[in-house]
Design a protein around this ligand. Structure first.
Ligand code: HEM
Length: 329
């Protein structure tokens, strides 16, 4: 034994180790991998199963779940505040009108409440479900830490100051991301979520205008004209407000790097997508991602981890809701 080394009696050493371990896992305020390993070992399996079965009966589910986590995490952090019902909650804000996937989260929650009551948060279910949704449509498999707790605050007026709009300039987008400690690169990577899912005609109407004959014409010349014609056909002025088009006109059902290839050929659906190619700060990223799907997948894993860690509540903060639509009180 080295000179000066201190020897602790075995029980004291074990207690110290326990305290260090316990501190690291639950009091540090951070998320941990396999948080439910002891308390609800089937939690991740149940979420995956629910996402998988609902996606096979409704192909719009993966896109909905992926957008849901974004809109949840950017407002009040990843705490399921978006799921709370009531007057003037986040969900009631028009910016969240077309967000979906809530029933999938509720159905996983119902099973989990039956198996492990009061244990698995809605916030974790949302993050896990989005992770699984990406994998189900061909994206990378990612391990994400858990231990998020559910928030008690959900106010509609918090939505607009936090969520992004398609009319935003690059600087506005960069600022909103940096408010969440997300980088310029994270912005380019997470926008790659638009490789799946759909959009209502109103989301990109700003790229067109009505001419004197009452017909749509393209005003945003950064959009490919053939693609623009196709969009005008799918979304005429007479279209019902419920009409939707694919975000990715080429491989809408697959999570791949086609989104970036679309940007290179001027087929970014939203003004905010096209902006990523136009801006000198992001163009090179777009080109690299369009050329290398592996690079996109690896980067997606890292940016998704950051997205799903925004403002998380852990330890004694928040609560574990019994139902995702309302607080326990
Ligand atoms: C960077 C700024 C962003 C803007 C301005 C934006 C805007 C939009 C808009 C307007 C729609 C169409 C909504 C509709 O008409 O129903 C949409 C769809 C979607 N967004 Fe984004 N988004 C952004 C970033 C993100 C991020 C970071 C994610 C996730 C990581 C994401 C995931 C999605 C998905 C998956 C859909 C399709 C939803 C569905 O199929 O129901 N978006 N986005």
């Amino acid at each position: 034994m080295e000179k000066g080394a201190m020897v602790f009696p075995f029980p004291i050493a074990v207690s110290c180790l326990f305290i260090i371990f316990h501190f690291a896992n639950s009091v540090s305020g951070s998320l941990v991998f396999n948080f439910y390993a002891a308390s609800c070992p089937t939690a991740e399996f149940i979420v995956r199963n629910t996402v998988s079965s609902s996606s096979s009966s409704d192909s719009s589910i993966p896109g909905k779940l992926l957008r849901l986590v974004f809109h949840d995490c950017f407002v009040e952090g990843c705490d399921a505040s978006l799921m709370l019902l009531g007057n003037n909650t986040e969900k009631s804000d028009p910016a969240n009108r077309s967000v979906g996937g809530f029933s999938v989260i509720e159905s996983a929650k119902r099973v989990l409440e039956f198996l492990c009551p009061g244990t698995v948060s809605c916030a974790d279910i949302i993050a896990l479900a989005a992770r699984d949704a990406v994998e189900i449509v061909g994206g990378p498999m990612i391990q994400i830490p858990t231990g998020r707790r559910d928030g008690m605050v959900s106010v509609a007026s918090n939505v607009r100051p936090n969520i992004l709009d398609t009319s935003f300039t690059m600087d506005e987008m960069i600022n909103r991301f940096s408010d969440k400690e997300l980088s310029l690169f994270d912005l380019v990577i997470l926008s790659g979520a638009h490789t799946i899912g759909t959009a209502h005609c109103s989301s990109f109407r700003d790229r067109f205008q009505e001419d004197s004959k009452g017909k749509l014409t393209l005003i945003d010349k950064t959009l490919d004209s053939t693609y623009a014609d196709k969009l005008m056909q799918e979304c005429p002025l007479s279209a019902s407000p419920s009409v939707q088009v694919n975000n990715d006109p080429e491989t809408s059902m697959v999570f791949d790097n086609q989104y970036y290839r679309n940007l290179l050929t001027n087929k970014g659906l939203f003004q905010s997508d096209s902006a990523l190619l136009r801006d000198n700060r992001t163009r090179k990223f777009v080109e690299d991602l369009a050329n290398d799907q592996e690079f996109f997948f690896e980067s997606w894993g890292q940016s998704f981890l950051k997205l799903t860690s925004i403002g998380v509540k852990t330890g004694d903060e928040g609560e574990i809701r019994r139902s995702c639509a309302s607080t326990n009180a």
